[in-house]
Design a protein around this ligand. Structure first.
Ligand code: ACO
Length: 323
């Protein structure tokens, strides 16, 4: 039997502070109606100073390990998708390794904006299949509130902070042959880097950087490329949308998610939605949504789950997983 990456647990963390649309509207020129009608977002959670990518990622990872019935000794690799690390180095993954009490293996951060979790899942799956790792934590942890331009109403209302994590374990010999990560497909197109980016970094003393987005262009590419990624995943596995139990999409905008669902002919009740409550948490959005739907019993063992994301780069991709 081939080695599979079994998704044995998931977890999430949201900051304590909930910020409604009305609260934002008291500070900037926007309204609850505009935000809800254009994006489906009703509220978001924003991090306090101590709620960093490491702090939140550690909590999501602990929950994922607990739900997997695993502990620090079962972890030999940690991959963190983040665009908002605590420090340039050490990597957030290595900080999380220390927080969790993991004393072996390795860890690194992965920069693919909102696609960071899907990219991380793909790398982890490859490492497990080739025998380079047996237990991999894949985490998405983001504090976009720190890189937003709070005077730009067209972007600052769209994002929230949070972390999500899954624990993947080498699964030879347990579960049926098709359980675990069935496929991942990754894409990037650097020529589209200027439609969504951060205009600075730690490498620029003069410019720490804030997020800049051409919303209409990102919207247009998101619908086309995410639908393409989903079709690619289905066709690679000889499946149709009728075979999919759950779509867990990147949570950027309810209109993008609904447009995708319509294009694929997927009924709304088979799509996990958190954007209304979490807003766009970038690399954390897919694992947070997955963790929520596993915890409340919507997604069950044996279900076929299709995940997808698109973000700055552009980067995009999909992962098909049987739970
Ligand atoms: N409140 C009130 N009015 C606003 C706000 C706001 N928060 N933001 C913009 N407006 C105004 C604009 O100024 C404009 O006014 P005007 O007509 O007088 O010029 C009007 O609303 C329309 O603005 P548009 O930008 O045309 O609005 P649109 O319908 O395109 O919606 C949105 C904007 C929600 C950003 C949409 O384009 C979108 O969702 N894009 C995709 C974003 C996305 O998916 N990002 C994911 C990737 S994130 C990542 O990878 C990090």
């Amino acid at each position: 039997m081939p080695i599979r990456s079994i998704l044995s647990g998931a977890g999430g963390y949201l900051p304590e502070r909930l910020v409604s649309n009305d609260e934002l509207a008291a500070q900037i020129d926007t309204s609850d109606t505009w935000i809800r009608e254009r994006t489906g977002i009703r509220q978001r959670y924003l991090a306090a100073p101590h709620e960093t990518a490491c702090f939140m990622g550690t909590r999501a990872a602990r929950e994922a390990l607990a739900n997997a019935g695993a502990g620090p000794d079962d972890v030999d690799a940690i991959i963190v998708g983040t665009s908002t690390p605590d420090q340039a180095f050490p990597a957030t993954a290595v900080r999380i390794q220390a927080e969790l009490g993991v004393t072996r293996g390795f860890g690194f951060d992965l920069s693919a904006a909102c696609s960071g979790f899907i990219y991380g899942l793909s790398v982890a799956d490859s490492m497990i299949r080739t025998g380079n790792a047996h237990g991999v934590l894949v985490i998405g942890s983001e504090v976009y509130s720190r890189i937003l331009d709070w005077k730009d109403r067209a972007t600052c209302v769209l994002f929230g902070d949070g972390a999500g994590a899954v624990f993947l374990q080498a699964g030879e010999g347990y579960g049926s042959a098709d359980r675990g990560v069935l496929s991942t497909h990754l894409h990037a197109q650097g020529t589209l880097g200027d439609i969504l980016y951060v205009n600075g970094s730690v490498g620029r003393r003069d410019l720490p950087g804030t997020l800049v987005m051409n919303g209409k262009e990102v919207f247009r590419h998101a619908v086309i490329r995410l639908a393409g990624a989903v079709e690619e995943a289905l066709s690679a596995n000889g499946l149709t949308t009728a075979d999919i139990d759950w779509l867990v999409p990147h949570q950027a905008n309810l209109r993008i998610i609904e447009a995708m669902g319509r294009r694929l002919g997927l009924p709304a009740e088979r799509v996990v939605i958190t954007v209304d409550r979490h807003a766009n948490t970038s690399a954390a959005s897919v694992p947070l949504a997955l963790a929520e739907a596993l915890a409340d019993g919507r997604i069950k063992s044996g279900d076929l789950v299709l995940m997808e994301a698109l973000g700055g780069g552009l980067t995009w991709g999909s992962a098909l997983v049987r739970i």
